[in-house]
Design a protein around this ligand. Structure first.
Ligand SMILES: Nc1nc2c(c(=O)[nH]1)N(C=O)[C@@H](CNc1ccc(C(=O)N[C@@H](CCC(=O)O)C(=O)O)cc1)CN2
Ligand SMILES: Nc1ncnc2c1ncn2[C@@H]1O[C@H](COP(=O)(O)OP(=O)(O)OP(=O)(O)O)[C@@H](O)[C@H]1O
Length: 209
């Protein structure tokens, strides 16, 4: 029975997360590859138009949209690519500047992460942050794996002032509304294989392109 009207956001989020991850797991390899290629092209076009020099992205795991084409784009264009290491104890993200795939190794949760001895700690704050998720909505709502890593990272003020926070996922991960809690900061936009959607009335650096 649906009781979304009376359920607490945290419980509703848990159920929505479960449903969205099941849906994402159901995409075929071919669908995933094609959508990933298209979405990463959209992200690259936005980066190109915005003129930013440092990008925070993520290395995909489980059934996430495959960010490999975006990582390759950043390396090919000589952009600073900052990737996170998750500290499970503190639920904090630590950023490293990664210059090639050789600087990655399996880390927390089995995700490929920067190898501390190889990739230098990031000196700068990222100008754009591509955010993973289980689901997104058109008003900046996002639901992740429930670790609160990205909300904490944002609350710590570690992105550049005016940085663009952009969700990156499949169009099938867009839902009418993600229930938001007070600690959830809204995203500025979402990129899927169908294009970029700005979710704010005041688009960040780079503008509407
Ligand atoms: N590619 C990628 N990297 C990322 C993230 C992400 O979503 N995608 N994260 C974004 O935050 C952080 C990792 N966050 C994670 C949080 C929880 C679990 C996890 O396995 N959770 C358990 C459930 C725990 C529970 O019961 O609450 C599970 O799903 O089995 C995995 C990753 C940092 N790096
Ligand atoms: N800024 C913060 N400081 C302390 N705790 C926080 C902060 N932001 C979120 N949390 C806590 O983290 C937990 C998970 O939050 P939430 O369900 O929003 O995670 P999520 O966005 O799905 O996860 P992730 O960002 O890891 O993908 C919540 O219990 C929340 O209270």
């Amino acid at each position: 029975m649906m009781e979304s009207g009376s359920a607490k956001p945290a419980e509703t989020k848990k159920e929505l997360r479960r449903q969205l991850l099941a849906l994402r797991d159901g995409l075929s390899e071919a669908e995933r590859a094609e959508a990933s290629r298209l979405a990463c092209r959209q992200a690259a076009e936005w980066i190109e138009a915005s003129g930013i020099g440092s990008v925070m992205a993520f290395v995909s795991f489980r059934s996430e949209l495959d960010t490999s084409p975006l990582l390759e784009y950043c390396w090919a264009r000589g952009l600073r690519l900052l990737l996170p290491r998750a500290d499970i104890g503190s639920k904090r993200l630590e950023l490293h500047a990664v210059r090639s795939r050789d600087e990655l190794a399996p880390g927390a949760y089995g995700i490929l992460e920067p190898r501390p001895g190889r990739a230098a700690a990031a000196r700068e704050a990222p100008e754009a942050i591509f955010v993973p998720g289980a689901g997104f909505d058109r008003s900046g709502g996002r639901i992740g794996y429930g670790g609160g890593y990205y909300d904490r990272f944002r609350a710590e003020g570690r992105a550049a002032a005016g940085a663009a926070w952009i969700g990156l996922g499949f169009a099938s991960q867009l839902v009418p509304q993600v229930p938001m809690e007070p600690h959830d900061a809204p995203l500025d936009g979402v990129i899927t294989e169908q294009g970029l959607i700005w979710t704010t009335s005041n688009p960040p650096k780079g503008g509407r392109s």
